[in-house]
Design a protein around this ligand. Sequence first.
Ligand code: IFG
Length: 522
Amino acid sequence: MSKLFKLGQIFIIAMLLFSCKTPTPKDLAKENLIPKPSKLIAKGSSFELTKNTVIYVEAKSEGAEQIGTYLANFLKPATGFILQVKSADNAMDKKGISLSLSDSKKTLGDEGYELNIGEKKVQLQAYTLAGLFRGIQTLRQLLPARIESNKLQEGPWEMASGTIEDAPNFGFRGAMLDVSRHFFGVDDVKRFIDLIAAYKMNILHLHLSDDQGWRIEIKAWPNLTTHGGSTQVGGGEGGFYTQEQYTDIVNYAQERFITIIPEIDMPGHTNAALASYAELNANNKTTELYTGTEVGFSTLATDKDITYKFIDDVVREITALTPGPYIHIGGDESHVTAKDDYIEFINKVQDIVNAHGKQMIGWADIAAGSLKDNSIAQFWQTKPDNALKAVKQNVKVIMSPAAKAYLDIQYDSICPLGLHWAGYIEVDKAYNWTLESNVEGISKEDIIGIEAPLWTETIKTNDDIDYMVFPRLPGYAELGWSSNDDKSWDEYKVRLGKQKSRFEFMGINYYKSELVPWEDVE
Ligand code: IFG
């Protein structure tokens, strides 16, 4: 027999051996998932993602193709794999990764999912597309951290085998980005959306107007952006979103099953509007543009009809661009609005928002008004009086206590960014609380969920955003998603510490708190 034939035989045997490589034993229970999943059973083996892996999408699962494509696109930069996304009947039976919707997962709710990882099959099932998308974030964290890199990385790409059944505790889990004090363009907002999506958040509240800047084009009142959007804290050039750009942000968020909540803060925090239109002022004179950081000095003229026409125009135009159910009308720190005028104003604005088919959210100061039970109050102050008043009116509460969840509050007294009017929030303090036990008198039934606001008086760049948002945000995501039955900082900090490599591959400029045992893991 010729040498060449023998060589060929050896080669084929080697190939066969390699392709039947025994899977690496891995323990799913040792993975550092954040948010912590509801149920996890480890099987001890692993699934290897290779260039031949196919992503099958159940043919009957309307819209699941987009999730398959999202997954393939996510995996490509680090692995270099161009994975096929194939629609198939009985996708779950195929070898490879399968995504399918199933009514049998209805018990897991709108964002729950079940992930079954075997040596040859990874099956992701959910009741809705949002559930599939949340499950993808878990799958992402089961791959080595270098999967997050946008540069080609070495394999192998193995995931521990087992079953995860998961669903969120609260249906409202988000962050807020103040784009008024300092303006952040579309790409920065999209980057922020990707960061919060990785931790299964589903809300982005955009603080679009304040004393220092009006950031969303309103066609009926163009000066709001051409003049009111022309500067920011410190006097920089500011900026604004055209309606097309805002729609681009909304669509980007929607592809990640994140709801945009636009906020137009009123009647206070309105200097940018008052500088743009004389008629909105009680004395019919425009104010100067403001680039400082004081609060509580401005108010719309609450006794003028033109003010409510203005608000109706603004709410109409923003509603037309906002598929989500909420319009946030601010309502905070209206220190120069007479109390009775404020109450009447809030009640009128609530009617305007409802007339446009949206639910009103406001900072809990709005509880001075007569709130409809589909309105929502956002708890923020260091005292819960307003939030308790809202609960007494049968209104749901978003938990954003400044003393625990404000992302612009400094970690400690030497933190180079942020404020400390609500104290200091180190990473352990940010994690060591629960929504339902934070305020006596606000129970789980009163709470719609959590939101961590980032105010940007002192925040100018993406690096600044990262430094204040990470590593506290994953903890807020867990507070909103996971059950807190056996919750402990000592257990959580180890999982958080092992996110180090992931943060670094994601290019996040995180604060390396000394309270966290940072550790490089695969
Ligand atoms: N309070 C103000 C914000 C911002 C914040 C900074 C609310 C609702 C302090 N209002 O928080 O505009 O200035 O931490």
